[in-house]
Design a protein around this ligand. Structure first.
Ligand code: LHQ
Length: 269
């Protein structure tokens, strides 16, 4: 944890911590349910880009301070913006870049959903690779309750988890999913007692950070591509990426360790 709070993200409202290959970005406006201001969104993007550039970062955790993961867009910030950036320009300058960064960073990203994830905050959780949720966490669609359409990838992610009808109904009614419901629907990988969330998330992130992270990154690239293409495309692209993975030091180490009946020592190269 060599970095002072805010020195990587440029803001204390998104805190950055690094230890043992795991970078943790914590949304930190607990008195406002970690609702996003523009400064926070830019800090999050800056933090994700720093994670992407830093080879020492081999897994990323997003979580929230206090009671909420994040309540999404700070609605008072929208009111105060007056006739500044249009909603479209704002989305393109902030949330859309964050969602793309989460999907393209070739390192596993885990959301430790510690409380409510609302609106674009739920979208950010959906864009992570793995979600652990505290028992008291909730996913609140929120957009419709304030007369907005789902954004930040919400129309892409939720129907893939729930199917069209359940996703549309949730958006149209402003519905919420409990952690248990989200787990049953395949949105959340694991539901854990509230008091255990930070440790369980850190343990999983630590496990991944010690793995063959180059291969994990290529797996993400392959799955992103497969989600948008045909089986034929997926077969061709998997073969292309397997060629790359097959040349990594971690592949050699993994095979040697297996044959020598010892645990592997992966380096992410
Ligand atoms: C908040 C917020 C919040 C400000 C809680 N803003 N203060 C993208 C681009 C451009 C434009 C617009 O939108 C988007 C995407 C979006 O994300 S739209 C959806 C925005 N989010 C919402 O609509 C959620 C609004 N919040 C809520 O529904 C509730 O607060 C939740 C369900 C998150 C939590 O409920 P409670 O546990 O009952 O807490 P609370 O409502 O008492 O909130 C605590 C404080 O946090 C309170 O402030 P105060 O000063 O009165 O103590 C809230 O006003 C504040 N807060 N969310 N989004």
């Amino acid at each position: 944890m060599a970095d002072a709070p805010g020195s990587v993200t440029g803001s204390d409202t998104v805190q950055y911590a690094f230890a043992d290959g795991v970078a943790t970005l914590t949304f930190n406006r607990p008195d406002k349910m970690n609702a996003f201001t523009d400064a926070m969104l830019h800090a999050l993007l800056k933090g994700l880009r720093a994670c992407e550039r830093d080879a020492a970062v081999r897994a990323i955790v997003l979580t929230g301070a206090g009671q909420a993961f994040t309540a999404g867009q700070d609605l008072s910030d929208v009111q105060d913006r007056g006739h500044g950036l249009s909603f479209k320009d704002h989305l393109e300058a902030t949330y859309n870049k964050i969602i793309r960064a989460l999907r393209t960073v070739e390192k596993p990203v885990i959301a430790g959903v510690n409380g409510v994830a609302a609106g674009a905050g739920a979208s950010i959780a959906f864009a992570c690779d793995i979600r652990l949720a505290a028992e008291s966490a909730k996913f609140a669609t929120a957009f419709g309750l304030v007369g907005l359409v789902p954004d930040s990838g919400a129309t892409w992610f939720l129907p893939r988890f729930l199917g069209y009808a359940r996703a549309y109904e949730l958006y149209a009614t402003g519905g919420r999913l409990t952690a248990a419901e989200a787990h049953a629907a395949g949105i959340v990988n694991h539901v854990v007692p509230d008091a255990d969330l930070a440790d369980r998330t850190a343990a999983l992130a630590g496990q991944l950070a010690n793995g063959p992270t180059k291969a994990f990154g290529l797996t993400k690239r392959a799955m992103n591509r497969a989600a948008a293409g045909s089986l034929d495309d997926a077969l061709d692209y998997e073969a292309h990426l397997q060629h790359i993975a097959g040349l990594t030091a971690d592949h050699g180490e993994g095979v040697r360790a297996f044959l020598e009946k010892r645990p592997p020592r992966f380096t992410g190269t």
